[in-house]
Design a protein around this ligand. Structure first.
Ligand SMILES: [Cu+2]
Length: 314
């Protein structure tokens, strides 16, 4: 197929997906509309955006239509003579009232969305997110009413993207792929794993400068500010991998601190969490110590290896 043919196919696919309302959870090249998202709440900003866009389009057509009619139908070459009057109270009342009513309707709809967004009550899980130059830290605070201890990790740009981005690396960004999807600069070494069908509260802050945690599929972004704790929530409906990026200019590597959220079924999440908790447990001291008496003439290297293990326990 010719490149023209491929381009047409791509456009048809783009338009079909746009109007079919296909959930584009992750941004795609050439995407026109924002994603409907994959959470209980994310259709809210999608709907608000569509309403506001519709209002803008209607206003645009009316204003530009009237302007072009005035310019072409009443032009000087057709013998049009300008009226001499100025001010028309009726017209002024009309063109003040209509925009005010439109703004009131938009504000009413947006306030409803913001109110539900701000309500983190009834969360079944809490994750603390901390932004750093230039990576994210995730700490699991509680799950189903029980505190989660020692489950936290840094999540930073994956090695493949990092090597490719180096100046004169000679590596092709288009070759950075996961399951056929180009993940150049939007993949991490360790994703945030969360369960689906669970109201998750995020508490968001930063350790150095202002960052912003943004995953389009969740329908919101929120600033991560040092010294301030912001809160937000989500309830993901479908399992999947949802990608995002830091959305606040935070320094030279601002473009290199992606976000990956991996939403999995509850059972799978609980298994993952249990494994993480187990890995965080201090290793029993008996294990490395056991073979020591067998070789009574312990080699110096063994003794040296044992020393740091003991000092860790202290
Ligand atoms: Cu940042």
């Amino acid at each position: 197929m010719t490149s023209g043919g491929i381009r047409i196919k791509a456009w048809v696919a783009t338009i079909c997906a746009l109007f079919a309302g296909a959930a584009w959870s992750n941004p795609e090249p050439g995407q026109l509309n924002m994603t409907r998202g994959v959470t209980e709440w994310s259709s809210e900003p999608y709907f608000l955006n569509n309403v506001a866009l519709g209002v803008c389009v209607v206003i645009g057509i009316v204003v530009f239509g009237a302007m072009f009619v005035a310019m072409f139908r009443f032009r000087k070459s057709r013998g049009a003579v300008a009226e001499k009057w100025s001010h028309n109270t009726t017209l002024e009342v009309v063109w003040t009232t209509i925009p005010v009513l439109i703004l009131i309707v938009l504000a009413y709809l947006a306030t409803g969305g913001l109110k539900t967004f701000a309500d983190t009550t009834g969360s079944q899980m809490t994750v603390k997110i901390t932004g750093y130059q230039w990576k994210w830290r995730y700490d699991y605070v509680d799950y189903q009413g029980k505190p989660v201890e020692k489950v936290g990790f840094m999540s930073k740009l994956d090695r493949e993207s990092d090597e490719t981005r180096q100046l004169k690396s000679g590596l092709d960004p288009n070759a950075v792929k996961v399951d056929g999807y180009n993940t150049y600069l939007i993949n991490v070494d360790e994703p945030l794993v969360v369960p689906v069908g669970t109201k998750i509260r995020f508490v968001i802050t930063a350790g150095d400068v202002i960052h912003s945690w943004w995953v389009p599929a969740l329908g919101w972004k929120i600033d991560a500010i040092p010294g301030i704790v912001n809160a937000a929530w989500t309830n993901i409906k479908e399992p999947g991998v949802y990608r995002g990026q830091c959305a606040e200019l935070c320094g030279q590597d601002h473009g290199f601190m992606p976000i990956v959220v991996k939403a999995v079924p509850k059972a799978e999440f609980e298994q993952w969490l249990a494994q993480k908790q187990q890995a965080a447990q201090p290793q029993p001291a008996a294990q490395p110590a056991a073979p020591a008496p067998a070789s009574s003439a312990a080699a110096p290297s063994t003794a040296q290896a044992a020393a740091p293990a003991n000092s860790h326990q202290g």
